[in-house]
Design a protein around this ligand. Structure first.
Ligand SMILES: O=C(CO)[C@H](O)[C@H](O)COP(=O)(O)O
Length: 221
């Protein structure tokens, strides 16, 4: 079932000299989720935020905290970020040993009171995960190699989105299809047409007027 379009601005692209001002601007927009990228410098070649930053950001906005953990040890980090205020924790399929572990971690996340998401790098196939989609709330397709903002959208990732949309609709599942990387007004339209209902956008949102950027994505629905 395709759901209402949600915009999730990625705070990886904030201007860190103007954080409070930008969070206040963001809070006035119709973006419902804040996308918070946790990188451990190991699973991806970049290092970002810890749980205290999440706590601070959560106090500054009234948004769903959508935490994407790009880490080698998601079992260790998921509970830490839930305790710090994550509403959704999305971990990487490549960081767990098997589909059994993937399902077990989704269940642990649910037992701790958060929603569970699973993400895949551009080269990872999704066929093995499809029969277990009912265990998760969000499936996050990476449309760039994870690690950095400002990269170009990988259009071939839309095949995975189409496959997910058919599976979710055929099985009447309540799972969001989120896409992250290189989203702007043009690529957002392609992503929505392919079946996405949740768009992460970093540089597109924060390198212009935040309100106008969010509206320009929402009007594509
Ligand atoms: O997860 C990410 C990178 O790994 C970011 O969320 C993503 O890159 C957003 O940035 P942009 O919209 O500028 O591509």
């Amino acid at each position: 079932m395709k759901q209402k379009l949600v915009i999730a601005p990625s705070v990886l692209s904030l201007d860190y000299a103007r954080v409070s001002e930008q969070l206040a601007d963001l809070n006035k927009t119709r973006a419902e989720w804040m996308h918070f990228d946790v990188m451990d410098g190991h699973f991806v070649p970049n290092l970002t935020f810890g749980p205290d930053i999440l706590k601070g950001f959560k106090k500054a906005v009234d948004m769903v905290m959508d935490v994407h953990i790009m880490v080698s040890d998601p079992k260790f980090y998921a509970p830490i970020f839930i305790k710090a205020g994550a509403d959704i924790v999305t971990f990487h399929y490549e960081a767990v040993a098997s589909i059994k572990e993937c399902v077990a971690l989704c269940r642990t996340i649910h037992s701790l009171g958060a929603k569970a998401g699973v993400s895949v790098r551009p080269k990872t196939p999704i066929d093995e995960i499809l029969p277990y989609l009912h265990e998760m709330d969000v499936f996050l397709i990476m449309s760039v190699e994870p690690g950095f903002g400002g990269q170009s959208f990988m259009e071939d990732q839309l095949d995975k989105v189409r496959k997910l949309r058919s599976y979710i609709d055929a099985h009447e599942l309540n799972v969001r299809i989120e896409i992250d990387g290189g989203i702007n007004a043009k690529t957002a339209k392609q992503a929505i047409e392919a079946g996405c209902d949740t768009l992460v956008a970093g540089s597109y949102v924060f390198k212009q007027d935040v309100h106008e950027a969010v509206e320009s994505l929402l009007c594509l629905a």
